[in-house]
Unconditional design. Structure first.
Length: 97
């Protein structure tokens, strides 16, 4: 099973993904595809995202049982701490008075 989250991408790119995956919420796609189809979809998204961002979560033989890929500037960054994927929310820059 895979989960893709798209941020700030065109409606046509989201529409194209609905051929392969279901979209339970805007920008969130879920489905079961082969590794080859997953990789081809990821290449398509990474090249067509323009100013947007994408996150892919898929089953893998890791300690957590999944791997994560990101493309573009997502709202949260994913940090790899000794083989564990952890989300990190960036702290907004404070304006000086």
């Amino acid at each position: 099973m895979i989960v893709m989250v798209l941020e700030r991408v065109t409606p046509s790119l989201r529409g194209e993904l609905t051929r392969w995956l279901i979209q339970p919420k805007t920008g969130v796609f879920v489905g079961r595809v082969s590794a080859r189809v997953r990789d081809l979809l990821w290449e398509k998204i990474a090249s067509a995202k323009k100013g947007g961002a994408a996150l892919l979560i898929y089953q893998d033989a890791t300690e957590q049982g999944f791997s994560i890929r990101t493309a573009g500037r997502t709202s949260k960054t994913i940090e790899d701490f000794e083989g564990l994927f952890l989300p990190k929310t960036p702290i907004p820059a404070q304006k000086s008075p």
